[in-house]
Design a protein around this ligand. Structure first.
Ligand code: NI
Length: 240
């Protein structure tokens, strides 16, 4: 469990370094070393073959935070459907309530929906009691719209307290590939960083809040599918 705590610190460190890189544009190189998650270990074994001799696909997970967005989420969902890709969406309660049809569509199309607090707040900023309310009220909205139980949370800014895992039964989902799509619109740069960070069981963090993110995500999907990756939802990375 100490390992997990360390992982949260690492995730926070990765985020902070990301911020620094965003403020000071330059080569993105240092943070890739800080990106391990529990249950998201890489396998260096290359392509594994199952007993039938069939090549097993490498699993990878695409996650989108902060949505849904009325303009950019629909074309993303169209593109994912065309490519037969299931993703994981961490939604804020307020955006879900504002665009309920998009939440229903995500659920109908087989994507996993997770919690990203109601107002996109940091635990550090609002304190424990309010944070708890933010989680609970978001679950209520998401469960009603999706018809499924919400188990996963991506805490904004990666700030988390383990007690909510027990109290609320929520499973935090961090990330280990962060192309910083929220602070730049250079599609090619975003795609390159996704491809650079991609490995078996990686969790990619993106935001369906920008047209550049949507274009980059779909282009990265095309490239990674060609490399033999299969896009799965977060529980298949954490539990399979
Ligand atoms: Ni966010």
């Amino acid at each position: 469990m100490r390992k997990r705590k360390a992982v949260y610190w690492l995730a926070a460190a990765v985020f902070l370094m990301g911020l620094l890189f965003c403020m000071k544009p330059g080569p993105l190189s240092a943070w890739s070393a800080f990106d391990r998650l529990p249950g998201v270990q890489s396998s260096d074994g290359g392509e594994a073959a199952d007993f039938a001799g069939r090549q097993e696909q490498k699993k990878i997970c695409l996650t989108f935070d902060d949505g849904p967005h009325p303009l950019y989420t629909p074309p993303l969902l169209d593109g994912l459907k065309e490519r037969n890709v299931k993703a994981t969406f961490f939604l804020t309660g307020q955006n879900a309530a504002a665009y309920p049809e998009l939440v229903k569509r995500m659920a109908e199309e087989g994507h996993v929906i997770g919690n990203h607090t109601y107002h996109h707040v940091s635990l550090k900023e609002v304190g424990g009691e309010r944070f708890r309310e933010e989680i609970v009220s978001t679950n209520e909205v998401l469960e009603e719209l999706s018809g499924t139980e919400i188990e996963f949370i991506r805490p904004p800014y990666g700030v988390w307290d383990k007690r909510y895992e027990k109290e609320l039964g929520m499973i935090p989902v961090m990330w280990n590939v962060d192309p910083l799509d929220w602070c730049r619109s250079n599609v090619q740069g975003i795609v390159q960083d996704v491809l650079k960070g991609a490995e078996e069981n990686a969790v990619i963090l993106m935001h369906d809040q920008y047209p550049s993110s949507v274009t980059a995500a779909l282009s990265a999907v095309d490239a990674l599918q060609k490399q033999g990756y299969e896009f799965v939802t977060v529980e298949q990375i954490l539990f399979d």
